[in-house]
Design a protein around this ligand. Structure first.
Ligand SMILES: Cc1ncc(COP(=O)(O)O)c(C=O)c1O
Length: 398
């Protein structure tokens, strides 16, 4: 069968593959501990679930407006005002089937062949592929743990060409867990404006920040940069609602109406029941978010502490998200089963075989010295899984 060049250029999502592999091994009776999860292990809070159940009972089971219900979009407008100090109108908001679709939609309406999009690495796995699906070229800008995985305008400037149209990043970042401060964002805003780019600011981990870090979004820097920014967010991570598939985007009206045109032909809009549940998430009690954050913080401390104690491993202490992104390159060059571990894929394979632990290779995020270890799993799993990793590393021959 002949498949389009477009789909042949796309890589399968490596994070999804690792989670699936760990699930398969578990189903075969293997005692695998999974650190691949890109979602909270908590249940969706009860009030949100009840709102979904009530939506079905009251027959809210028909299509909604393509961009989302007025109630949900108004709640998103209020969320931006109250939490981010940003003024949007309803027509500047569009609700989609997850933040993943929000980014896909944006890529499809904004970029095409000949365009370039700057993507600082480590990046969320799907950005480069979705940019490529739009026919444009992802231009990867590498960073290291020394700069807390953050890019500077000077660094970005080296990658600018006449074809550069945009920059896309997440803050807090999946996979590194780092996040930009207001001062750093001021620098980025100036760079974006000077080069007349669109900035895509993915803030889906906004509520999961630690140690008193205050999340700031790029659009909050000022009215000019707000106009040049598309903010992406959603309920998946902060409200433990990944399976409900609701994300949203805020931008200038002309961008949103182009996206609505696409979405009208693509999905007709997001699931009605999930929209009702998301309305409850945004407007109902917020205490569940704080409880999850507190638990994540304990787990982060445990994970980072243990990783830092391992020979050949160094680990940045993430200020946000539920990921750690340790540098494991100190172990590269050692041998397992007669084979030299020569990168993050080899290291991941070694951990799966030797320690029965699943992590995600950093190469999936454009950073081969690292692996991503999610702490969205129980403290018990964290303790025994990291014990296993430490033992496996100790067993390696030079
Ligand atoms: C940075 C980032 N953006 C967007 C998403 C997609 O979230 P959603 O479940 O809303 O599609 C994820 C999920 O892993 C993510 O990590």
């Amino acid at each position: 069968m002949k498949f389009s060049q477009r789909i042949q250029n796309v890589q399968p999502s490596m994070t999804m593959s690792i989670t699936d592999l760990a699930r398969q091994l578990k189903a075969q009776g293997e005692d695998v501990i999974g650190f691949g999860a890109g979602e909270p292990d908590f249940d969706t809070p009860d009030n949100i679930k009840q709102a979904g159940i009530e939506a079905i009972r009251s027959n809210q089971t028909h299509y909604t407006a393509v961009g989302g219900t007025n109630e949900l979009r108004d709640a998103i407008v209020a969320k931006f005002k109250n939490e981010n100090g940003l003024d949007y109108e309803r027509g500047q908001i569009i609700v989609s089937c997850g933040a993943k679709q929000s980014f896909y939609n944006l890529a499809q309406v904004m970029w095409e062949e000949g365009d370039e999009v700057l993507i600082p690495a480590p990046y969320w796995v799907s950005y480069p592929d979705m940019v490529a699906l739009a026919g444009a070229k992802p231009v990867i800008v590498p960073t290291t743990a020394d700069s807390e995985f953050k890019v500077t305008p000077e660094q970005l400037q080296e990658f600018i060409t006449p074809n550069t149209r945009a920059i896309a990043f997440s803050s807090p970042c999946n996979p590194s867990g780092s996040a930009y401060t207001r001062k750093e964002l001021e620098g980025l805003a100036e760079f974006v404006l000077r080069n007349k780019l669109l900035a895509v600011s993915d803030e889906i981990y906004e509520h999961l920040v630690y140690d008193g870090f205050k999340h700031v979004g790029l659009a909050e820097i000022g009215p000019e940069i707000k106009k040049q920014t598309a903010v992406i967010n959603g309920v998946s991570k902060g409200y433990a609602m990944t399976g409900w598939r609701i994300g949203y985007l805020a931008a200038e009206k002309e961008i949103v109406s182009q996206i609505a045109k696409l979405q009208g032909q693509l999905t007709s809009g997001a699931c009605t029941i999930s929209q009702v549940a998301s309305l409850e998430a945004l407007t109902g009690p917020q205490d569940a978010v704080g409880k999850m954050r507190d638990e994540f913080l304990n787990r982060r401390n445990e994970t980072v502490g243990r990783l830092r104690a391992m020979e050949g491993v160094s680990c940045y202490n993430p200020v946000g998200s539920f990921y750690t992104f340790p540098d494991v390159s100190g172990v590269y060059g050692k041998k397992f089963d007669g084979k030299t571990i020569d990168g993050s894929l080899g290291f991941t394979e070694f951990l799966l075989k030797k320690a029965k632990v699943a992590v995600v290779p950093g190469v999936a995020f454009g950073a081969d010295a690292h692996v991503r270890i999610s702490f969205a799993t129980s403290m018990e799993n964290i303790k025994s899984g990291l014990d296993r990793i430490a033992e496996a590393i100790d067993s390696l021959q030079g």
